[in-house]
Design a protein around this ligand. Sequence first.
Ligand SMILES: *Cc1c(COP(=O)(O)O)cnc(C)c1O
Length: 384
Amino acid sequence: MNHSELSHRGFSTRCVHAGTYLDPVTGGACTPIFSSTAHRFPHPTGRNIYPRYFNTPNQQVVARKVAALEGAEEGLVFASGMAAITTLLAAHLRSGDHAVFQADLYGGTWELVTRQLPRWGISFSLARTEAEIQNACRPETRLIYVESPSNPLLRCLDLAAVAAFARSRGIPTAIDNTFATPFNQNPIALGFDLVVHSATKYLNGHSDVNAGVVVGARTAIERLRQVATLHGGMLDAEVCARLERGLKTLALRMERHNENALRLARFLQTHPAVAQVHYPGLPEHPDHAVARRQMRGFGGMLSFELRRPEAVDRLLDRLHLILPALSLGGVESLICVPARTSHRRLSPEERHQLGITDTLVRLSVGIEDAEDLMADLDQALAPG
Ligand SMILES: *Cc1c(COP(=O)(O)O)cnc(C)c1O
């Protein structure tokens, strides 16, 4: 089945079949791994194939699959989420430009923006709400970049409103959709131009691949490809094949991530050791209404505020099943304290501005049995 026929099929069907390279030699069900870096030139297709040109079969298979899942025309696969984000920024911004970023960005992106962009002569504004984004835009603004739900407080922006405003001003928009995944949210359908993922997280889903993806319209991806080939952050064929395998089960995994996270959020809400739970699927979350409008499910990420500072280390020390670890989006549940991990390089004042306290705990809810996860949290949160 070709690319355009598949784009009308269901999400799970696209996860399994979109992009697959059917090997004419064996008729095998899986894309073969093409490891060559040297290819016949001139090539019968007229193309010069080279991994750093982002045009080998394994790279294209993964790019097409993610594009099909996001409802985008094309995509590029990178060696990491940060390679994807750096390339996206470099392709859109030059010295003298201005860009607007959501204030509570992923820690790595936050550092890239606040520490590197000024060195490249690019100015930026950080904004929290739709209104702040609009007010921050200037005549020289060339990009609006957001994350929704955000890390680690799971704040959600009205994506259709942000995209409509940006269109009216002719400003390109990009969103990091890592937390939601295309299973729960498709920003292109809401008017966004580019969607970026750390494929290290849910897209691969097994905590054993570092990768990134950007998808969007053909012209936008072409523009990105020109910069990407020079920056060189492409993904190796074997890693592409592993990512392709991970993507085939995305729908199944996300169903369970969504279900488990909602159950754990409700459980933690009633726990005496917990002061507050941040999960967009809870009616008490400040952005629940907007999340319901633009998401099909609320994802596997949640965070919660512990009542007592001494409970933080006790929790991390006592857990048996849930692993204290950085990263997220794998089949196994992982827990971390953002002030010590993703946001440790921020000053205490910067963390305070973002609302990240020392007692905030972030949980990447895996696909284990919810009862076992609740029991593990319960025994680790017990007093004494
Ligand atoms: C992990 C992450 C990134 C960075 O991705 P890497 O693959 O680690 O480079 C970017 N954005 C979000 C939301 C992430 O969680």
